[in-house]
Design a protein around this ligand. Structure first.
Ligand SMILES: Nc1nc2c(ncn2[C@@H]2O[C@H](COP(=O)(O)OP(=O)(O)OP(=O)(O)O)[C@@H](O)[C@H]2O)c(=O)[nH]1
Ligand SMILES: [Mg+2]
Length: 504
């Protein structure tokens, strides 16, 4: 083995990646391209023998990081080890899978057995993918996962990437989540993450999207630990506004999602002054059971032309990541609310900033404190009942193109209810005429099942609206007396009344 390969360290904390459906596979492909770039895995076609092997350290700016988080070691020839993505690619449309496998850059880095599909098609329907076409594919996928888990040193998590509109991305993913949760809970407590392309407002090319989406959210609520939401409308606007691309392509949208996925896992893949892992992410980002639907912001986001006018200081990056224009799913995390119309102010319940590049802990801590401190521009959006609700990690690692320092901001913001409200609204419109219900019934999903999924989405939305409603100040400003003075109007429910009694 080459010197530069032997000195590379292992983290021993692995993630298994599963991409499902057309959008899931296209996004996943971008993600793997980025992973190869960041860890220095060769995707150049010039020398076939070098494909999948490590590029020489001299060609890589920044540390190589822990490649074993996402890659397995393959065959070694000529003192070179080939690295193979720990990825499983699934679809009910072989044509779409073939186009991924034929991708000139990363197509042949996947192991052929990891590409699992048939040509049966889900007919765009969750029910068909879940009950009819999915079981065989899910069995084959579970078998691959079992083998991977046995090889792992300490499995950190399983990450999914799929859309919440099409039949395969929703139905097959749902079936896999259900099967894997059961299996993994018995094996290890791995974190299940999902990167989801939610239905975009006003853009839809799948008629059954409202039903599919609600069934998908129900599965995500039940079986996953963290859900990161994106939509094509928000991503398209970021491309147009910030990246100055007039006609963004799917590749441009997918590459923003890939950057977020990279940022969220970079604390695991690189060392740095502030370290973290998926379990810490889980603890910090999910303050209430069942409230694990997260939105993202990222920085820097600018075109090459405008990039030269900016300096990526912590402050500049923080301003960009908090900007409502840079949120990757359509909702307003800085909604000031409108009491007259009964609209609640948006709240950041818990957040995570993943900084990549050369940053000092002190400057990051200071910037995060400034954002939340009393009287700051953002203060009112941070509830007082979770003090210090932004956790951070800082890691090194190679960046994309000419970016030296970057940040990804994942946040549990109550404005996420807007995403669910949109799906409920379109579900209701479609269900009014009972249109397409028979398509689901044919494949084993009854009207009651559809109705239940819709009500569960309503439950998620209501829970977030409720968090946004909670009065901030449970205590009056300190009166200087020995006991805190509780503000009666802050008490909203029996649980809080009991806590108040205890404190009294
Ligand atoms: N961002 C992005 N969105 C995509 C891409 N391909 C499809 N979509 C969107 O994904 C949604 C449809 O989901 P698909 O992933 O095509 O569906 P599927 O999971 O393959 O399910 P089927 O219905 O069985 O084909 C639509 O809203 C598309 O606009 C892509 O490459 N990138
Ligand atoms: Mg498809």
């Amino acid at each position: 083995m080459d010197l530069h390969e032997t000195k590379f360290a292992k983290s021993g904390r692995e993630i298994i990646h599963i991409q499902v459906g057309k959008a899931g596979n296209a996004i996943g492909n971008q993600f793997w391209q980025l992973m190869c770039e960041e860890h220095g895995v060769n995707t150049d076609n010039k020398d076939e023998n070098m494909k999948g092997c490590l590029v020489h350290d001299g060609c890589l700016s920044g540390p190589r990081g822990y490649i074993d988080v996402f890659f397995n070691e393959g065959k070694s020839t000529d003192k070179k080890v080939r690295y193979v993505p720990r990825a499983i690619l699934l679809d009910t449309n072989m044509g779409d899978l073939a186009s991924i496998a034929e991708d000139v850059r990363v197509g042949d880095i996947y192991r052929p057995e990891d590409i699992i599909g048939n040509d049966e098609s889900s007919g765009n329907c969750y029910a068909k993918a879940f009950h009819t076409e999915g079981p065989d594919l899910a069995d084959r996928c579970l078998e691959m996962v079992r083998k991977e888990v046995e090889k792992c040193n300490c499995l950190q998590g399983v990450q999914f990437c799929h859309s919440a509109s099409g039949g395969t991305g929703t139905g097959l993913t749902g079936l896999l989540l259900k099967t894997l949760r059961d299996y993994l809970d018995k094996q290890s407590r791995a974190v299940m993450q999902s990167f989801v392309l939610a239905p975009a407002p006003g853009i839809s090319d799948v008629v059954l999207e409202p039903y599919n989406a609600c069934l998908c959210y129900q599965d995500l609520l039940e079986y996953t630990d963290q859900v990161f939401l994106f939509d094509n409308k928000a991503l398209g606007e970021i491309c147009q506004r910030a990246l100055e691309k007039d006609m963004p392509k799917m590749l441009d949208l997918n590459s923003i999602i890939a950057r977020c996925m990279s940022g969220i896992t970079s604390c695991l893949r690189y060392t740095g002054p502030l370290n973290a892992d998926l379990r810490k992410l889980q603890t910090n980002l999910v303050p209430f059971k069942n409230a694990h639907f997260l939105i993202n912001g990222l920085a820097p986001l600018n075109s090459k032309a405008s990039g030269k006018y900016r300096r990526a200081t912590v402050l500049d990056l923080s301003q960009q990541m908090l900007s409502k224009d840079n949120v990757t799913v359509k909702c307003d995390p800085l909604n000031p609310g409108d009491e007259f119309h009964g609209m609640q102010k948006a709240r950041f319940l818990a957040s995570w900033t993943s900084w990549k590049g050369k940053f000092q802990t002190k400057e990051v801590d200071k910037a995060m404190h400034e954002i939340q401190k009393d009287g700051s521009r953002f203060d009112k959006f941070f509830p007082d009942w979770i003090p210090n609700c932004i956790a951070s990690s800082i890691s090194g690692g190679k960046q994309k193109q000419d970016i030296e320092r970057s940040v990804v901001f994942a946040t549990n913001n109550t404005a996420v209810h807007e995403v669910f409200d949109r799906s409920i609204k379109s579900w209701d419109s479609m269900y009014k005429s009972k249109a397409y219900v028979h398509v689901f019934e044919q494949d084993g999903i009854s009207v009651q099942d559809l109705m239940e999924s819709r009500n569960i989405v309503q439950y998620i939305s209501d829970a977030y609206t409720e968090f946004a409603r909670w009065e901030d100040k449970f205590f009056e400003e300190m009166s200087g007396g020995p006991k805190p003075v509780i503000r009666e109007r802050a008490i909203d429910n029996d649980e809080q009344r009991n806590i108040a009694q205890e404190l009294k």
